[in-house]
Design a protein around this ligand. Structure first.
Ligand SMILES: *[C@@H]1O[C@H](CO)[C@@H](O)[C@H](O)[C@H]1NC(C)=O
Ligand SMILES: *[C@@H]1O[C@H](CO)[C@@H](O)[C@H](O)[C@H]1NC(C)=O
Length: 375
């Protein structure tokens, strides 16, 4: 609780300087996920605020992130761990796609695939803010930091004759922290399309996580007598959240920035103009998109051939499955260029027998595996 208040404080300070804030947002919008470079840090002990300054240079941390780093130094190890988890989750979810999330490791110097407003960028923003929220909320419940504690107990009773207890994930703190860390800046008026879209996708990641707080219960008591039953609120694994985001990625909404006339005063026909994101080409003609949807404004290339201007690495040399018709199949992966096959022999221990006493003897078996790679 106190932690949330401490973090929120910064937002209040920001509102005193709206002009300066807009300027900072403008400068920061392109630095928005550079902090994923934190995945490369291998600090074990975060006990010196000088590290924050070093990270400003090496990981492209913004001024606000440096400030948060200094104020919450003990959370930085958790934040760095969250970035690693975001990277691994993204790469495992996209392992058999043409775009396989490998470019995420170029942080802080991303290619166009993660700066130009593509749906891949939308996914990465959402999973990144979800990862921070997730890791920080968990850290609260396991007592890894003194900045926060257990989540508040819900007011409605848990299922069955269970009681609320234990220590739930402190989602409120996690959300507030991720909101500030992952999406630096406040609410300026002249915001760019890029900033609005990135902020939306960041928020979509946090929204997903706050909608997926689950109830977990456990029996206690002597030899499983279940005389004490407790429940608490816990978050699903990041992989699970990532899979949900990947579904949203598949149906992401293309948006554009439109100037909208808002009628403020009906009698005098007065109003103001506001720049706002609207959905384009929706089959059902809806102009609005939902808070939990991912949005993009640049159509993705097919990622078949290398093209640095598009941030495409191409699929030459990628391993594929010749019998599959899905995204990992050679037909799709190699974009019609065909593939090469070679047979590899893999030697493995097999037919192991245990001899009394005390050793194990194995044979060596050779299995043949066919490896296919795109031309
Ligand atoms: C930080 O921790 C390391 C390893 O425990 C120690 O050697 C170093 O002196 C500490 N630095 C500060 C500023 O406390
Ligand atoms: C991901 O794709 C890139 C570009 O095609 C490739 O170089 C890399 O090896 C791939 N990574 C994995 C784990 O398949």
């Amino acid at each position: 609780m106190t932690g949330v208040r401490a973090v929120k404080h910064r937002g209040v300070a920001g509102s005193l300087l709206p002009g300066l804030l807009i300027l900072i947002i403008g400068l920061q919008s392109c630095a928005a996920i550079k902090w994923l470079a934190l995945a490369k840090t291998h600090e074990k002990v975060w006990n010196n605020t000088k590290l924050c300054q070093t990270l400003k240079r090496d990981a492209g941390l913004t001024k606000q992130q440096v400030r948060m780093c200094k104020q919450n130094l003990e959370l930085m190890g958790i934040v760095a761990g969250a970035t690693r988890e975001a990277v691994l989750t993204c790469q495992s979810l996209f392992a058999d796609r043409r775009w396989n999330c490998s470019s995420i490791t170029y942080a802080p110097n991303f290619l166009a695939d993660l700066t130009g407003g593509s749906r891949e960028q939308a996914f990465v923003y959402a999973i990144s803010s979800a990862a921070i929220t997730h890791a920080v909320s968990r850290a609260c419940s396991i007592g890894a930091t003194t900045k926060c504690g257990c989540g508040r107990l819900p007011s409605e009773p848990p299922p069955g004759d269970f009681k609320w207890g234990g220590c739930g994930d402190d989602l409120r703190f996690g959300l507030a922290y991720a909101d500030l860390f992952a999406a630096p800046g406040g609410k300026g008026k002249r915001r760019s399309k890029r900033h609005l879209v990135n902020s939306h996708n960041n928020a979509a990641g946090r929204k997903l996580i706050s909608d997926s707080l689950q109830t977990a219960c456990k029996c206690h008591g002597v030899s499983g007598s279940c005389s004490i039953k407790t429940c608490w609120k816990a978050l699903p694994d990041l992989k699970e959240l990532g899979m949900m985001l990947q579904k949203k990625y598949a149906i992401a909404v293309e948006v554009d920035l439109k100037e909208i006339f808002l009628q403020v005063n009906k009698k005098r026909m007065r109003g103001s103009r506001e720049r706002r994101l609207v959905a384009v080409h929706r089959p059902d003609k809806r102009k609005d998109f939902q808070a939990e949807e991912l949005i993009y404004y640049t159509k993705s290339p097919d990622y078949c051939l290398p093209d640095t201007t598009l941030g495409s690495l191409g699929t030459r040399g990628r391993e594929c499955n010749k019998d599959s018709t899905s995204s990992g199949g050679c037909r799709s992966m190699c974009c019609g260029r065909g593939y090469t096959s070679h047979v590899m022999e893999i030697k493995q221990r097999c037919d192991c027998k245990y001899y009394w006493c005390c050793y194990v003897k194995c044979k060596t078996c050779t299995t043949k595996v066919e490896i296919n790679r795109c031309r």
